[in-house]
Design a protein. Structure first.
Length: 139
């Protein structure tokens, strides 16, 4: 069994964004040389997420609206976390909904997706540098 590790770095200029990182993960898989195994993709910051879904603009707008309904950014005073001087409590909650990481099977040297599946980095408190870990294990 072999393992491969790579970091992807992002600095999103806006508070929130959804970035398709499938190509970057696929490049890491190719660099690993692993043909059969598992690929973990993990947001290494508590106000960002990695998730799998369809790459369709209307869906992303729906997701944004839905998350903002669940955990609205404003008013920031509604969150005890923000009493510390932060204004990103909503970002932590949005991350809880979409999750920290995804694991994708690797079959024949390719990410083994279902129809329309793509990997996304979800940023909920941007404007600073953050990283995503890609860890691939297998043979």
């Amino acid at each position: 069994m072999r393992s491969f590790r790579q970091e992807l770095w992002f600095e999103v200029p806006t508070r929130r964004a959804y970035i398709n990182i499938t190509g970057q993960v696929d490049s890491a898989l190719k660099a690993s040389g692993i043909r059969e195994g598992l690929c973990l993709v993990n947001a290494m910051h508590i106000s960002a997420s990695v998730f799998i879904n369809d790459d369709e603009a209307g869906l992303h707008q729906d997701l944004e609206r839905w998350l903002e309904t669940l955990a609205p950014h404003a008013p920031t005073a509604q969150y005890r976390h923000n009493d510390s001087g932060e204004d990103n409590a909503d970002a932590h909650l949005k991350r809880e909904v979409l999750g920290r990481s995804v694991t994708v099977a690797v079959t024949g040297g390719k990410l083994d997706f279902g129809p329309w599946e793509q990997i996304f980095y979800g940023e909920f408190d941007g404007r600073r540098r953050k990283r995503v870990l890609v860890k691939i294990i297998g043979e």
